[in-house]
Write a protein that binds this ligand. Structure first.
Ligand SMILES: [Zn+2]
Ligand SMILES: [Zn+2]
Length: 311
């Protein structure tokens, strides 16, 4: 049973009759794109995902994305044919658009621009980036660097939004508070082309209690005040291996971490979040990424069901 919905961005509404529109929840995962971006389509379908995220290039390298036209076309056709939108690109891990190293900032800008350009070609709904680290510079200097870098990246002619991912609050990391992200968005010249990706494991580690109804409401109220919920484009659905506020980035399988099954029921039933796309980056049972059971579990929790006792 799907609930009808009036919040957020509705990706697809299928009709059971002329008068009754039914919302289709978007539940998916980060899937591998090795061997070509079109390979991601089969990998997503295999696990029952109906939205997905990929890297456009090796995430630990600066090498530019390169995909033959036939691959790009096959990817776009696959997304359309199998109803897999929205799809996202996740930027490489090497970015530091905030730090004191000017050369590294320049490389980060170039990489973000390439991803925005490839994102346009691949027809994605956003490029997710990490905001980097202030390293040994002052928070003010780092915030100014970050703002300049993102504005430079957004010079790229592309209709794809840059999605700023919340961080876990590890030492010197940028973007671990909604206030910091909100103030950055307000300072950007091209702020209308930027949105936010909330990673549940990260905000939990950064001290936002999202596992109780009161805590989640407080969290979303703060998000609304500092950023605005209309900017919330994507949820990274990850449980956490570390307790609330532990400031470490350690993803766990849904329901198996400190957010827990009860926490996921709270998260997935909140009216401001239900219509968002949920993309998992969990380790999975075999440490090879989320499997069909993980996707099914998240979908079941979204529907208000209890997890099946089959493990
Ligand atoms: Zn990320
Ligand atoms: Zn993470």
């Amino acid at each position: 049973m799907y609930a009808r919905h009036r919040f957020g961005y509705i990706w697809r509404v299928s009709s059971t009759s002329n008068t009754d529109a039914v919302f289709v929840p978007r539940v998916g995962a980060h899937v591998g794109s090795s061997g070509g971006v079109s390979k991601a389509i089969g990998r997503a379908r295999e696990i029952g995902a109906n939205c997905l995220q990929i890297f456009a290039s090796a995430p630990q390298q600066w090498r530019s994305p390169a995909h033959p036209d036939a691959e790009v076309e096959a990817f776009r056709d696959g997304v359309r044919e199998h109803d897999l939108a929205p799809v996202y690109l996740h930027a490489v891990y090497l970015l530091n658009p905030a730090g004191p190293d000017a050369e590294l900032r320049e490389k980060s800008v170039r990489s973000m621009r390439e991803y925005l350009s490839w994102g346009e070609r691949l027809g994605v709904s956003g490029v997710v980036i990490h905001l980097g680290s202030s390293n040994n510079t002052t928070p003010e200097e780092a915030a100014a660097n970050l703002c300049r870098s993102l504005d430079a990246a957004l010079q790229e002619p592309s209709s794809v939004p840059l999605l700023l991912e919340t961080s876990a609050g590890t030492r010197n990391s940028m973007g671990s508070s909604f206030a910091a992200i909100g103030s950055l968005l307000k300072q950007l010249d091209a702020g209308q082309r930027a949105g936010v990706c909330v990673d549940t494991a990260h905000i939990w580690a950064a001290g936002y209690d999202i596992a109780t109804p009161e805590g989640l409401q407080r969290t979303l109220d703060e998000f609304e005040t500092e950023i605005g919920l209309e900017k919330l484009a994507l949820m990274h659905a990850n449980d956490s291996k570390v307790p609330l506020g532990a400031a470490r980035d350690r993803h766990e399988n849904i329901g198996e971490g400190y957010i827990g099954t009860a926490g996921w029921q709270v998260l997935l039933s909140h009216p401001a979040l239900r219509a968002k796309p949920w993309v998992m980056e969990t380790p999975g049972p075999a440490r090879k990424g989320p499997d069909a059971a993980q996707v099914a579990l998240l979908r079941q929790l979204w529907s208000g069901g209890s997890p099946a006792l089959n493990s």
